[in-house]
Write a protein that binds this ligand. Structure first.
Ligand code: ADP
Ligand code: ZN
Length: 561
């Protein structure tokens, strides 16, 4: 309704609106004049005295042809005057006014509605664009990224209302059936930079097959059921992203308090990136320098998470019991850390609230690492035969107590409703101030509320999805730590061969830090290499930095390498 109203405040409609206001003013003047004449004529012709307001009343009754007859002239000039007033009422109020309303407002508006044809094709020299099928919170976040990078994009929808709405939001939309070859050719799929398929698994499969029948533009597709990844690859997708599974494992890995091996997030060859709660280590309260993690294990602490804030630690950073360390190192180094961490935290119990696909994937992650868990859901998950679910509403305190929340060390809040998630987080935090609470946010705008409700970690479907897609589109091999920080891989620029790390000036010139040096063949990577390390031909760099710093690196070093 707001948008429809806006129509009347734009362009020609706005001018028409002014005309209408003028016309009403004209009518008002006419009524006033007639009312005045009425009192004067009554007085002079018939000797009757009436107030001006009676005049206004009489004029309106007469002009609108209601004619009650409670005030009437009985002389001929009076009759003539009455007839004149009635006639001008008919012409100016009953004919011209409605006619003007319809022709100036209603007709153009209806016409605009009827004439509105969303775009169904793109010009033949349109190229290098990203084509997005399926608009939701994930692709909305992706679109924002594309716009900020000035990457041409187009959103495809087969729903005319959605097309109108997106177009009114100022987005670039085309309307058509995503599995129609002619339509796909008309939107220049063959010249596109990338296709993003974000519909249901069957539709995504169909899109892949259809596009592959005439061109080989790269396709990145989301896949709901992880088992269908191969099927989509077979249908022609270059990347099939099992987002729900990824989200589930992100949630689970951050909810358990068990050792580092349970928290491996990602890997670059032999270099693993893992997260570990400080609470389960003997380092609580120490500074990074005092903890001597590098000296004892060889691991590098490349980041610290605390209540949703990610920082790159310095020697003086204090390891708070609430923090989560992000570690980089080899499997052996992680084992070495496990050896020196506390024994008392070798037990764990995680509650999973919500057994949808994400909850189920979190459960699988815990299962694989032999971490005990309890799942609660209102209904049985028909897709999953493997997990015994406590059936009931997770918002019931009684049910939670009965299921053992008192003994749980971690909690994963993963229903499909953000308000429920916020409520569950808040209630559990009040009851158990020291539990690790990890929550999922379905809409990006609820991330802050979930942190405010007391979550230790919030994972936003939209921003994880958009980040993964964006990295795929940019052909980057990076891992997702948080918005604003990337760990990425780069070949050693030829200009730096033979220099030491200090001489290479990578950090002062770009802001990026070296996490590890990858060596050829099967030698373990050098984690957190000291500044005097010499960079030799064939080494690979693994770096950490913000997206801008990563871009700096590209500009300064990749161009001339
Ligand atoms: P996804 O596949 O993205 O995880 P789903 O919609 O399949 O999303 O899963 C959400 C799950 O959360 C559903 O199984 C639903 O029954 C469950 N759920 C929603 N609200 C509650 C609640 N108040 N208590 C228990 N389970 C809930
Ligand atoms: Zn399951």
């Amino acid at each position: 309704p707001v948008n429809e109203f806006a129509f009347f405040l734009r362009g020609q409609a706005r001018k028409n609106l002014k005309l209408l206001v003028l016309y009403c003013f004209f009518l008002f003047l006419m009524v006033m004049t007639y009312a005045a004449l009425f009192t004067v004529l009554m007085e002079s012709l018939e000797g009757r005295h009436y107030s001006f307001f009676t005049g206004v009343y009489w004029t309106i009754i007469t002009m609108s042809t209601l004619g009650y007859g409670d005030y009437v002239f009985s002389t001929d000039p009076g009759h003539i005057f009455s007839a004149l007033v009635t006639l001008s009422g008919v012409v100016f109020m009953l004919i011209l006014l409605p006619f003007g309303m319809v022709s100036l407002f209603l007709a153009p508006w209806i016409e605009q509605r009827l004439r509105y044809r969303p775009k169904t094709q793109l010009h033949t020299d349109y190229s290098d664009h990203v084509i997005i099928f399926g608009y939701d919170s994930i692709t909305r976040a992706l679109t924002r990224k594309l716009i900020s990078h000035h990457t041409p994009y187009v959103i495809v929808t087969s729903d005319q209302d959605e097309a109108i709405q997106l177009e009114e939001e100022g987005l670039h939309v085309v309307f058509g059936r995503p599995t129609n070859v002619t339509f796909l050719k008309n939107i220049q799929v063959a010249n596109a930079r990338h296709v993003v398929a974000n519909l249901s698994d069957p539709l995504n499969t169909n899109i892949c097959l259809t596009i592959r029948s005439f061109c080989d533009t790269p396709i990145a597709t989301m896949v709901d059921e992880p088992e269908r990844t191969d099927l989509l690859r077979l249908a022609g997708a270059n990347r099939a992203i099992p987002l729900k599974r990824i989200l589930g494992s992100y949630l689970a890995s951050r909810a358990t308090t068990l050792g580092a091996m349970a928290h491996i997030l990602d890997a670059f060859g032999k270099l693993l990136i893992a997260e570990m709660p400080v609470k389960s280590t003997p380092f609580v309260g120490q500074t990074l320098a005092e903890a001597k993690i590098r000296q004892q294990t060889g691991l590098a602490v490349i980041g610290l998470w605390e209540r949703g804030t990610f920082t790159i630690p310095e020697a003086g950073s204090v390891l708070s019991p609430l923090a989560l360390m992000v570690l980089a190192g080899t499997r052996e180094q992680l084992h070495a850390l496990e050896e020196i961490t506390d024994e008392k935290d070798k037990t764990d119990l995680v509650m999973v609230l919500g057994h949808g696909r994400i909850g189920c994937s979190a459960a699988r992650y815990l299962e694989r690492r032999s971490i005990p868990f309890v799942i609660i859901d209102r209904t049985n998950n028909l897709e999953c035969m493997d997990h015994i679910t406590v059936i009931g509403d997770a918002t019931s305190r009684h049910l939670l107590m009965e299921s053992g929340i008192e003994d749980a060390k971690g909690l994963i809040v993963t229903t499909n409703d953000d308000s429920t998630n916020i409520f569950l987080t808040l209630a559990s935090r009040r009851q158990r101030p020291h539990m690790r609470i990890v929550a999922r946010s379905n809409q990006e705008e609820n991330v802050d509320q979930l942190y405010a409700a007391g979550a230790d970690f919030v994972i936003s479907n939209a921003s994880v999805g958009a980040n993964i897609l964006n990295n795929v589109l940019e052909g980057k091999e990076t891992i997702f730590l948080t918005e604003g920080i990337d760990v990425f891989r780069a070949p050693l620029p030829s200009t730096l061969v033979g220099l030491s790390i200090a001489e290479s000036q990578i950090r002062p010139k770009t802001g990026c830090s070296i996490v590890a040096l990858e060596l050829p063949e099967s030698i373990d990577p050098i984690v957190s290499p000291p500044p005097e390390t010499i960079l030799v031909e064939g080494m690979g760099l693994i770096l950490i930095g913000s997206p801008e710093e990563e871009e700096n690196f590209g500009h300064k070093f990749r161009k001339n390498s």
